[in-house]
Design a protein around this ligand. Structure first.
Ligand code: ATP
Ligand code: MG
Length: 348
């Protein structure tokens, strides 16, 4: 069958997952509280419950898309430290660096790239946003175009059932699902079709402006390494809402408070109720918001300060061994399914 015909076939071939949850974060700076609630907390909430492994990776290859390689490499261990300080239990969650499976993930991305059209990649909303915000297609690197294919390979390489991501990554996850279906339709059931977490994905807004909160815009983000004075200053300058009204920013701040400290949510909701009745309480809201955030940051920062370099080495070595084994297994199956690579034994 020609590749162009394969692209239109999408029967439902189900393959049993081998990993309960998988998610990745780019080492592009100190993590934000949006990263925490969008991607990390769903893992923390399930790390004691899942029977199958949970995988968490530091996406250094993805960070190369818009950052210098040396800067990315220099940030990897800080991101691992952030993740451990957030309460990742390394005996339950395998934590690895994406480039530990560099050959495998690139090989699978190469096979998947055959199954997606250039026009489909050009339609990805994340690409369109980036091209609008920065350089156009004349200047932007092809890494930006291939980003969703590499992300699909990250996920499909490990047979993950569920991928917790923020709203910004949902379109990429959808593409990973589509590529799993197309691969299976072309070569037989091999790759697991991943799902998002049930319920709406989160989109925490930047403290000001219309964009989502991002590591790459640290002045409008709350960072794990912000000291109390910095966090207080940022929150004092955040956008809220006029009396009597709800606004996307206020709803986003409320969501962040609820996720970081459920016990503080009652007071936040009560203040917002007063605001909706026309009371002038946004100053009080900001004080409450700042208290929740600075308490949370203090707890994480004190755990982070106690981590040693040896702790990080140990966690990464275990994660690397697991990820390599998992990747090799999937690739072996994918090669066999494709009847490609003579050095791999065939099943028939
Ligand atoms: P960068 O600016 O470098 O892209 P980022 O803050 O967007 O950084 P990523 O490493 O790209 O962070 O994404 C890590 C995870 O955090 C992804 O699952 C992503 O969906 C999630 N995430 C990022 N921003 C938000 C947000 N504002 N709200 C909820 N989840 C988010
Ligand atoms: Mg991002």
């Amino acid at each position: 069958m020609a590749t162009s015909e394969l692209l239109d076939v999408a029967p439902a071939a189900k393959v049993a997952p081998r990993v309960a949850l998988l998610t990745g974060l780019r080492p592009t700076g100190s993590l934000t509280l949006a990263n925490v609630v969008g991607a990390v907390q769903p893992l923390l909430g399930r790390q004691q419950l899942e029977q199958q492994p949970i995988l968490l990776f530091v996406a250094d290859l993805h960070a190369l898309t818009d950052n210098e390689p040396a800067a990315v490499a220099g940030q990897v261990r800080a991101t691992v430290a952030d993740l451990l300080a957030l309460g990742i239990d390394a005996s339950r969650i395998r934590l690895f660096v994406q480039s530990a499976v560099l050959d495998d993930v690139n090989e699978l991305a190469g096979y998947l790239a055959r199954l997606v059209r250039v026009s489909e990649l050009l339609r990805q909303p994340s690409l369109k946003d980036k091209l609008r915000a920065g350089q156009g297609a004349e200047q932007a690197s092809a890494a930006l175009l291939m980003y969703p294919v590499l992300m699909a390979a990250d996920i499909l390489l490990h047979g993950a059932a569920v991928v917790p991501v923020g709203e910004d990554q949902l379109a990429h996850l959808e593409l990973a699902r589509l590529l799993a279906r197309r691969f299976n339709a072309a070569h037989g059931p091999t790759l697991v079709e991943p799902r998002a977490l049930p319920g709406p994905a989160l989109r925490i807004l930047a403290l000001r402006g219309e964009k989502k909160m991002s590591k790459s815009d640290p002045e409008t983000a709350l960072l794990l390494d912000d000291d109390a004075a910095t966090a207080n200053r940022k929150i004092a300058g955040c956008q809220t809402a006029v009396e009597g009204r709800m606004s996307p920013h206020l709803a986003s701040h409320l969501q962040l408070i609820e996720s970081l400290d459920p016990e503080a949510a009652g007071e936040a909701t009560a203040i917002v109720a007063g605001h909706l009745r026309g009371e002038r309480v946004m100053g009080r809201f900001k004080q409450h918001f700042a208290r929740v955030v600075t308490d949370y940051l203090a707890r994480v920062q004190s755990r982070r300060a106690r981590l040693t370099s040896g702790d990080i080495d140990l966690v990464l070595a275990e994660g690397r061994a697991f990820a390599r084994g998992s990747a090799r297994r999937t690739l072996g199956e994918a090669r066999q399914a494709m009847r490609f690579r003579a050095d791999v034994p065939r099943t028939e």
